[in-house]
Write a protein that binds this ligand. Structure first.
Ligand code: NOJ
Length: 767
């Protein structure tokens, strides 16, 4: 064992003695923590360490820096980087983000462990959003699988690959509900529904963190962005959020609460203001709800620079004030505002920040470091051989391929155009995205290398003996880098149309791969129009003139409005951004090797003007046209109220039938529901059986329908199965405007089917 660790352990023993003399004070430090399930051994080690830490060192734990120099290169000498390097050596850095790869992580960890007074290891954070190097589908796509086991597995392999590269903390899952497809970050969440998102949040947290956080292949997860980020006005990223308490308690909070109950070890606050107070400086959110009411025992990291951004929000006077507001509100770690490290000591000395809050924040951070096992072995994530053998391993590739197939949603399949025949077909493949090996990786995949995805063109060639010709038709974007402005500009060059029409004319089937480039969604990528970008719509219409037998494969990070395609194109496949194995997954679905089973996690609108559009809306006082031609009811005069494709919608190559819906009220907080599902088609297939509920009248109005249960069921042709659901208190009740959970008597409806627009219904009453 290295000398510094020995020294550290000796100090811990001294600390233990000190702590035992000072129990009462120590207990006071457990501010806001009501969690009783804490590991007592870890707690006493944390106590011991805190007892020997200076105020500066505790504040150091609360400071997170971005990787500030090429760790393999020379030590920085000038400016910001030099100061950060110096801070690291002084023990004034608790965490770094965006340092990855064993070599680099080891280099920074070595400084923290060997050069600082106490040798406290760093926690290394990274955005492992949908994979690290091997990329799984974007989270919105994964959610379309409704397959919690597969989603968990996807997080598990992402954790394994990231952990092998030195990372021990991911800034995922994002559990923000969003109802606005204009918001670029819908790609990173689970869609519009609170119930589905809560289940997925649990699956992802469990996948990342595993059964044992101290294992070398698990990493700490982070529920973000607390809270309300997905409700940005007009879908414009970072914009103001102003929502009522009913939405906050019933729609926004539950996935966070579910993540907390699943044991998520960190939370990230958020860029937005919520009802006038920036989330980062929001005491109600962080101290009252999260740490007090929910008993969260991990730590809260700010979002990037969000402490300093409170000045631009008009909430803080300057950096010092922002620091004071953030710490008092419960933001434990400062991501890159560089304020805590510079301002906090003075604020404590001036009595503006209570030192107990600093100790509490440091305690939370140290607790997670102990849980990760970093004190037992700070280099436990730094094994070069493991990095070599795990990165891109077969197990990981298989898992992301499996996830990718399951994420695909069949939107239309007139006259069973799909699945395609594997032999004897002349197939024309058209569209820049068909031949793109980078775009399928999607947004938020910083660890992956460009050009590492299997393209659709490659996949189609592997899975069939058909004759395949390709024409680009039109470019989609100029550049391919994350920050390139050009990505926002769509080209107008139509010179490739003629070639595209030529190959289409000679083909039996045309596969057109259209949609958004991987970087057209994600952070900072809000769109005011959500139709096919650039000249792709024109290309589609031109090709249609010469061959109507088109399969449209969509690549996108958000719902699109594709009315013309829905009206004219016989087959439409929603293939999102599916990651490294994209082309293989799409080919397997197009050729019928995998029968599509995905269901939309977000409503597809007819027009961007309908947004926000979501299935679980309220009724209004004038929900229906009272008589033909009547004007005064809740509607648009130029577009229907209905979506193009509703939440929960998705087809299969087989068909399913629902019968025998039965409801049994067992008690006022237990209702049993059953339904018979039959595969009425010719192929084996999977169906997501969805149960929706409506509380017909309540002290606070309830949505017209709310998802309250689902089950993924696989059936052979002609096979039937009875599916049983139990609605208990959690499903039957709701939160009042004061945040109190209510279970009210009254009349209810249940709907069961394969989409949110199902009409199979039954009634029940609670006394
Ligand atoms: C800003 C994003 O909002 C957040 O989700 C992410 O984790 C951090 N940047 C770190 O990259």
């Amino acid at each position: 064992m290295k000398n510094y660790i020995k020294m550290y352990l000796q100090l811990v023993c001294i600390g233990l003695l000190l702590v035992s003399c000072n129990q009462t004070d120590e207990k006071k430090l457990a501010i806001n923590t009501v969690n009783t399930n804490l590991n007592t051994t870890i707690e006493s080690k944390v106590d011991s360490l805190l007892a020997i830490m200076t105020l500066e060192e505790k504040i150091g734990q609360m400071n997170q820096y971005n990787g500030f120099w090429d760790v393999t290169g020379p030590v920085p000498e000038n400016g910001d980087a030099a100061k950060k390097y110096d801070d690291l050596r002084k023990g004034l850095v608790g965490s770094m983000l965006n340092v990855r790869g064993v070599k680099d992580v080891r280099a920074v960890q070595k400084i923290a462990v060997e050069e600082t007074r106490l040798g406290i290891p760093l926690i290394i954070g990274f955005d492992v959003i949908h994979g690290y190097k091997t990329i799984s589908p974007i989270p919105l796509a994964e959610s379309a699988s409704w397959d919690l086991e597969a989603i968990k597995k996807s997080a598990e392999v992402a954790a394994e690959e990231a952990a092998a590269a030195g990372i021990n903390w991911t800034f995922a899952p994002m559990v923000d509900i969003s109802r606005d497809a204009r918001w670029g970050r819908v790609m990173e969440g689970s869609g519009e529904d609170t119930y589905l998102s809560s289940k997925i949040a649990v699956a992802r947290v469990k996948g990342f963190q595993g059964e044992d956080l101290s294992a070398h292949n698990t990493i700490a997860a982070c529920a973000k962005h607390f809270a309300g980020y997905g409700f940005a006005e007009s879908g414009r990223d970072y914009n103001t959020v102003d929502v009522g308490t009913s939405t906050l308690y019933n729609t926004i909070f539950p996935p966070f609460q579910a993540a907390n109950e699943a044991g998520v070890r960190t939370f990230m606050n958020s860029f937005n203001e919520l009802n006038g107070v920036p989330a980062t400086g929001n005491k109600y959110l962080q101290r009252e709800i999260l740490k007090h009411q929910w008993g969260f025992s991990g730590f809260v990291v700010s979002d990037w620079g969000s402490i300093a951004e409170m000045i631009a929000h008009g909430h803080a006077k300057d950096g010092t004030h922002a620091t004071e507001l953030a710490v008092n509100a419960g933001s434990d770690m400062d991501m890159e505002s560089n304020l805590y490290v510079n301002e906090l000591v003075t604020l404590v000395k001036e009595g503006k920040v209570d030192e107990q809050l600093i100790t509490d924040a440091a305690r939370r951070i140290l607790r997670v470091k102990f849980e990760l096992g970093l004190f037992d072995d700070p280099y436990k994530y730094c094994n070069e051989e493991r990095e070599q053998s795990v990165t891109g391993s077969k197990e990981i590739q298989d898992a992301v391929l499996d996830m990718a197939k399951k994420s695909i949603v069949l939107l239309k399949n007139e006259n069973n155009v799909l699945p395609l025949k594997k032999e004897g077909q002349k197939i024309a493949v058209i569209g820049a995205l068909a031949n793109d090996k980078t775009s399928p990786l999607g947004s938020w995949r910083i660890g992956a290398d460009d050009g590492t995805a299997v393209s659709v063109l490659e996949g189609l060639k592997v899975y069939s003996g058909n004759q395949i010709t390709y024409a680009k038709g039109a470019d989609l974007v100029y550049g391919q880098t994350v920050f390139a402005r050009e990505l926002d500009i769509n080209v107008s060059d139509k010179s490739g149309f003629a070639e595209a029409k030529q190959v289409a004319k000679q083909a039996d089937v045309v596969i057109m791969v259209l949609g958004e480039h991987g970087f057209q969604s994600g952070e900072g990528r809000s769109r005011a129009d959500i139709d096919l970008p650039g000249v792709q719509q024109e290309l589609l219409e031109e090709v249609y003139k010469v061959n109507k037998n088109i399969v449209l494969v969509l690549n996108n990070g958000r719902p699109l409005s594709i009315n013309w395609a829905d009206e004219h194109i016989p087959a439409i496949v929603e293939a999102w951004h599916l990651g490294t194995q994209s082309g293989n997954a799409i080919a397997q679905v197009l050729y019928g090797d995998y029968n599509p089973s995905g269901k939309l996690p977000m409503t597809f609108p007819r027009s961007v003007g309908q947004l926000p559009l979501y299935y679980n809306s309220k009724s209004t006082g004038r929900p229906n046209m009272p008589s033909p031609g009547e004007v005064f009811w809740s509607h648009y005069t130029d577009v229907s109220n209905t979506p193009l494709y509703p939440f929960g919608y998705g087809l299969s190559y087989t068909t399913f039938n629902y019968t025998n819906l039965k409801v049994n009220v067992v008690s006022n907080n237990t209702v049993e529901v059953s339904v018979k599902l039959t595969n009425t088609g010719k192929l084996n297939g999977k169906e997501v059986v969805q149960l929706y509920m409506q509380d017909l009248f309540a002290s606070v109005t309830r949505p017209v329908k709310e998802l309250k249960g689902f089950e993924l069921v696989e059936l052979n042709p002609n096979e039937s199965k009875t599916i049983n659901f139990t609605l208990s208190k959690n499903e039957l009740g709701f939160y009042s405007n004061e945040g109190k959970f209510l279970l009210e008597p009254g009349d209810f409806k249940v709907y069961v089917g394969g989409s949110s627009n199902t009409t199979l219904e039954a009634k029940f009453t609670l006394e």
